[in-house]
Write a protein that binds this ligand. Sequence first.
Ligand code: FEO
Length: 391
Amino acid sequence: MKGELTSGIYWVGAIDWNIRNFHGYSTHKGTTYNAYLVMGEKIALVDTVKAPFAGEMVEGINNIIAPESIDYLIINHVEMDHSGSLPLIRETLPRVKILCSPRAEEELKHHYGEEIPLSVVKTGDVLELGGKTLTFVEVPMVHWPDSMVTYVKEDKVLLPNDAFGQHMATSERFDDEVGWDIIRPELAKYYANIVMPYGAQVLKALEALKGIEIEVIGPSHGLIWRQYIPQVVATYEKWAKGETEKRCIIVYDTMWGSTEKMAGAIYRGLTEEGVPTKMYRLSNSDRSDIVKEMLEARGLLLGSPTLNNGLYPSVAEFSTYIKGLRPKGRIAAVFGSYGWGMGATKTLSGDLQAAGMEVVDDLQVKFVPLGEKIDKCEHLGRRVAQMIKAP
Ligand code: FEO
């Protein structure tokens, strides 16, 4: 049967073909909200879907069993793309027992009201369905404090909610039906924009899962992993450790073309030194896509003209965004043109340092970069390139 992970475990999620903005993150390929039915002698629904898609989930369940047969609802994560159909479940299936982590108990009450009846499970707790044994492991901050994973022992199936997810709407359900090379960019974009601040917690979660045999990973978004499990786990570990490639990105915006000229000269310096480099003008680029590139690039050059003694608005938005994502261990430098006040690069330096980056230079040019000012920009590119290439 389509969507069958193993005997008695089924995908009953929903496909959101048309979402293009997921709380500020661009989703050019849509997404899915994955929920799973685990059927032993008793039946558990693991997670739900975003509220407008509840009907699609119920239809999927109806194709397998009568929804009234469900005994338990496991809430792995409170965020509303997964818990959103909980009110409908409570209303239509009042005998269903709802299980969640200790932190989720508090958060669910804030979302759905104090009166909601909940049973709390902690790391190591087990729910016997009869023929299917569910074990719970809390993985705080992957993605919220409440997050936990559910493991089905008999089938070696891990249901880790947001971890290992990708925002991709597809008619296929499994990784081998689509291919690693197609899924990996979406896995990277998801990690960079959602999971990156929590690298330390990801490493802890991976450690907690070591020693557990896993044959299928059913995340809460995108394709289900069954062929590329070693690759996806190793890739998550690499990203969580902040390991990068010897590459660079130049991100900037410009008013009268001066900061853009600086970016071009910096680019020449970097590429003359043999460092693969990509450039993005923020007015024409999508910040979620840039952050995906930043995930694996060792160097970041960020440029802004000074406007009213501060940052150009598009650069301010980007800088605020990456300050929250905390991409540690990168080599960064800032640059920009100014007329009479010099506020932009100072603010940028502060933001990048707050994000955990080492800011190695702050290059400013008065009005238009000409002559030796251009040489200085090229020199900055070469200098950063050498730092990127250093072993
Ligand atoms: Fe897919 Fe943190 O929700």
